[in-house]
Design a protein around this ligand. Sequence first.
Ligand code: SAM
Ligand code: SF4
Ligand code: SF4
Length: 341
Amino acid sequence: MYKTDYGDVTDALDRPLRDLRVSVTDRCNFRCTYCMPKEVFGRGYQFLPRDLLLTFEEITRLAKIFTAHGVEKIRITGGEPLLRRDLEQLIHMLTKLDGVQDLTLTTNGALLAKKAQTLRDAGLQRVTVSLDSLDDTVFKLMNDVDFPVERVLEGIEAAKEAGLYPIKINMVVRRGLNEDAVIEMARFFRGTDCILRFIEFMDVGTTNGWKLDDVVPAAEIISKIHQELPIEPVEASYRGEVAKRYRYIDGQGEIGMISSVTQPFCGDCTRARLSAEGVLYTCLFATAGHNLRELLRENRADEEIADLLRNIWAARRDRYSEIRTAETTPGHKVEMSHIGG
Ligand code: SAM
Ligand code: SF4
Ligand code: SF4
């Protein structure tokens, strides 16, 4: 019979498996220029057909196998996860799994005002909302579908009212585009229930035209903020925490820095990613993955999938961000909207 606890499985670099990011769709209602540029993800783009998407039952079955190997945290992502119909059903199913201590979701916030309460009622604990600027002109330039800031803020309010705490706000900072918004965003969210996290623009996928010159290094962002609003570092709360934490010295809360480019954190990377079509990736920058959907649909036993997962994780050597400059392999990296952030 399938065991429900295999204990920890560690990879070739001694990193346990703790987090699972599940992409529930490769579609999105935004066309953020750093993620799904319109020139590539335009009208003719072929998104995954419905029958290739994992069903909620399939996702839950896989999530159970992952939790048996040490996964404690599940993040639902995409594409835009709130586009997936009846998502709250999946949330509800995942809350029933043993061992899940943290169940959360990353969204662009466009549909959050409508869905926050339903998600909370289904058992979602908290949300991360992406917002790159408070200025409509800049934000619209970045989402490229003319979506106004105000509606994302309404989504954040609705999440607060529904009790989806603490809310994290993700801001991707891109040189020459929204770098001037850093202080305004910091001021806006400090002293609220939201933790703002600054993300260095990353070279995910192959379509976003990434250049090192477009990256605003975390150190620069920290120093900019510190000059205006003094901050100090805070100890990480657990191994594998992606964001480096800082607190305002005057007690007005915290911010985070996700500096995947200038200060990579591969040494503590405990994350696995499952694409919407059921392919397992062991790194955000992977060029290939392992198709678990096929195994599910061939009616393989959970035990067999569990064995495969153990072997895949045990062999994992990914540390793309650490070797990015020196020896990054060319290849067709999977897109962010496919694999999930
Ligand atoms: N659509 C949802 C959203 O935007 O929150 C969830 C998926 S999105 C791929 C997850 C996160 O990845 C978002 O916070 C987004 O800003 C971030 N992201 C996407 N492309 C990125 C890039 N090239 N560099 C850094 N972060 C990126
Ligand atoms: Fe969509 Fe999120 Fe990518 Fe923006 S970052 S295009 S909202 S998936
Ligand atoms: Fe993890 Fe890959 Fe990112 Fe390194 S580059 S932190 S291994 S996802």
